[in-house]
Ligand binder design. Structure first.
Ligand SMILES: Cc1cc2nc3c(=O)[nH]c(=O)nc-3n(C[C@H](O)[C@H](O)[C@H](O)COP(=O)(O)OP(=O)(O)OC[C@H]3O[C@@H](n4cnc5c(N)ncnc54)[C@H](O)[C@@H]3O)c2cc1C
Length: 596
């Protein structure tokens, strides 16, 4: 691990230097050269600013690509801010694009808060506006005054069902309960919904759907019985078998439900898993829009701190709004869908010290707040130390490279240019194999056909993470290895594909395509913290179970906050299925509990 960490520190430094160069290229030397919010000053404006009126362009790299911002000023004021060009992610960066511009006009300052959940895009806009003001000759001391914080306001709401968290599990529960006739308020601590869900690749497993069986017959992935077995073995038999069976037997219903609500799901090229157009952002935004259209309410920037029980039954939540006010939601049922704790590195390393030093690919929202809140009202918690590392994370950027690449035929090679494992094995096995390699990392090698097969992979190329080479000689030169060794690896692999048999590592790939034609693409990857399998104990109604083994009336949970579905190791694609199936279930049963 040591060599790898050092190597990545070097890479991080290079990235920071590149970022500094981008920033300095866009603005004068006074621009901060690291990605932090402009430092506020306490100085009040005393002199007229004397800016040269006009429209100025600032352009700074956001999350996916450059964000171009036009700022119009007169001699004294910021008149307008417009994002004129961007490629930011739907439901994440697009929220910053929508919400940030007015903040500068209202505050007459660049010392405004970022939109949480869309930090990179927010910072790009802040630095672009700052650059524009500097181009206009502004006295920056006047435009970096931190706006006065708003006065805290308390608020109270009454509803049937309150849902904590706006990821796929929370949005699905909220929508389902609403469709069943309940009044629902969803409370989300970030400025945008989405959590880990919107960062995901958006593919989910389905087994037993008639369309699937017609396409591929009964296989390990399409036959519910075989897939239950596969999931249990993957989870080291630590999973709750009743939850696994329930999830898999209802996965086809989740697919049909998405169809019913107009999300147009489709199976992947092997008919094993499915996704919706736009992948995870498409799914999150689609669920959110449908929930709002059905009359649901979302309270953003509102962090739940306590679940309230009255006479032993769930009765609502207490939360804190961004301005510090207390928000009380009185409800007849509570659905906890606050996600996992993969971004809470203190909690992760306390539970599993061997994970010290690993990066996380989780959203900053994944801090595990729900665990303490549920424990405080007597919920049973299980398997907290079962934390999954995903084998293929581009460590310098913490970007996960989807299993879709390896499932489509990409191979893993070490720094000597050799394969070393069955690429499509369970995550824990592939992760361990990578960590055993020189410097604890590997390269994914794929070709154009694989890139063309998956929009998530195309996204990695777009943001500059995948390196492209016309031929294998280019890859070998980049990796600083003998091209003959790499060619030998490829020749062997291509012959295994032709024979549908991998005598070296017994790959379970379905031999759809080989790597005989370029262009080729590579990316360096190492394991990173990915999923927390443990959490609140539930039954197949999504009801939360207490430490005494009883149902806590009116208290439901779904998604990554729960434990038991994935046991000791989650199978790729099962988390979103979990969120959809148990989200629908918690929504249905909470609505029934409140008499709908
Ligand atoms: C990079 C990445 C890729 C992935 N790809 C896939 C994939 O392709 N397929 C798959 O099946 N799984 C995938 N996963 C796993 C999967 O995305 C998650 O397990 C799943 O989306 C979790 O959904 P959730 O709704 O339970 O939680 P989240 O999506 O994390 O949502 C929880 C929400 O609760 C909010 N919240 C937390 N605490 C509070 C509080 N105190 N008050 C109010 N709100 C709160 C959070 O802000 C967040 O919005 C991936 C995960 C990652 C990180």
């Amino acid at each position: 691990m040591g060599g790898f960490m050092k190597r990545n520190m070097k890479k991080t430094l290079i990235l920071m230097m590149v970022m500094a160069l981008v920033l300095s290229a866009c603005s004068p030397a006074t621009q901060p050269t690291t990605a932090t919010t402009a430092a506020p000053t306490t100085a009040a404006p005393t002199e007229p600013t004397g800016m040269t009126p006009g429209k100025y362009i600032g352009e700074v790299r956001g999350y996916n690509a450059m964000v171009k911002v036009e700022t119009e000023v007169d001699a004294e004021k910021i008149l307008s801010v417009k994002v004129v060009n961007h490629e930011e992610t739907l439901g994440m960066g697009t929220n910053a694009v929508e919400l940030m511009p007015q903040k500068f006009v209202d505050a007459q300052s660049v010392a405004v808060d970022v939109v949480t959940g869309a930090t990179a895009t927010s910072l790009a806009i802040i630095f672009s506006v700052r650059s524009a003001l500097e181009q206009a000759g502004a006295d920056m001391a006047e435009f970096t005054v931190k706006p006065a914080p708003p006065t805290p306001k308390d608020a109270a709401y009454d509803t049937d069902v309150v849902v904590i968290g706006g990821g796929i599990a929370g949005l699905t529960s909220a929508l389902q309960a609403t469709l069943n006739g309940a009044n629902v308020i969803l409370v989300e601590k970030m400025d945008v919904v989405g959590g880990n869900s919107i960062r995901s690749s958006g593919s989910f497993n389905v087994a037993g759907h008639p369309m699937q069986i017609e396409a591929i017959g009964l296989t390990q992935r399409s036959d519910p019985e075989q897939f239950i077995e596969f999931t249990m073995v993957g989870g080291h038999q630590m999973n709750d078998p009743s939850l696994v069976r329930y999830m898999i037997e209802n996965s086809g219903k989740a697919y049909d439900w998405l169809e019913e609500i107009g999300m147009e799901p489709r199976f992947n090229e092997r008919s094993t898993g499915a996704s919706v157009p736009g992948n995870a952002p498409g799914l999150v935004v689609g669920l959110q829009e449908r929930f709002l259209a059905e009359g649901g309410t979302i309270l953003l920037s509102t962090k739940v701190t306590d679940i309230v029980l009255k006479d032993g039954a769930a009765a609502g939540v207490i939360a804190t709004s961004k301005d510090g006010g207390t928000v009380t939601v009185n409800a007849k049922a509570v659905v906890l869908a606050s996600g996992g704790f993969g971004a809470n590195l203190d909690m992760v390393t306390q539970l599993d010290p061997s994970l010290k030093g690993f990066v996380t690919n989780n959203s900053p929202s994944a801090t595990g707040d729900g665990i303490a809140m549920a424990e405080a009202v007597g919920a049973a918690i299980r398997d907290l130390n079962e934390i999954q590392i995903h084998p293929t994370v581009h460590n310098p950027s913490s970007t996960m490279v989807t299993e879709g690449a390896r499932n489509a035929g990409a191979i893993l090679i070490n720094t000597s240019g050799k394969r070393f494992t069955n690429e499509v094995n369970y995550r824990d096995i592939v992760s361990a194999a990578i960590l055993e390699q020189d410097q604890g990392f590997a390269y994914i090698l794929m070709n154009q056909e694989i890139v063309d097969s998956n929009t998530n992979i195309q996204g990695y190329y777009k943001i500059g993470l995948l390196k492209k080479f016309d031929d294998i000689a280019g890859v070998a030169e980049f990796m600083k290895i003998d091209v003959a060794v790499l060619q030998d690896t490829l020749d062997k692999w291509n012959s295994y594909v032709a024979d549908k048999n991998d005598p070296e590592f017994n790959s379970a790939f379905d031999w759809r395509r080989d790597l005989s034609t370029g262009p080729y693409y590579t990316i360096d990857v190492a394991p990173g913290i990915h999923h927390t399998m443990g959490g609140v104990v539930i039954n197949t109604n999504g009801e939360v179970i207490s430490t005494t083994g009883d149902v806590i009336p009116g208290f439901f949970a779904a998604g990554e906050i729960t434990g038991g579905v994935h046991g000791g190791n989650r199978v790729g694609g099962n988390a979103i299925t979990d969120c959809l199936v148990f989200g629908m279930t918690a929504g249905m049963h909470s609505a029934a509990y409140v008499g709908k």
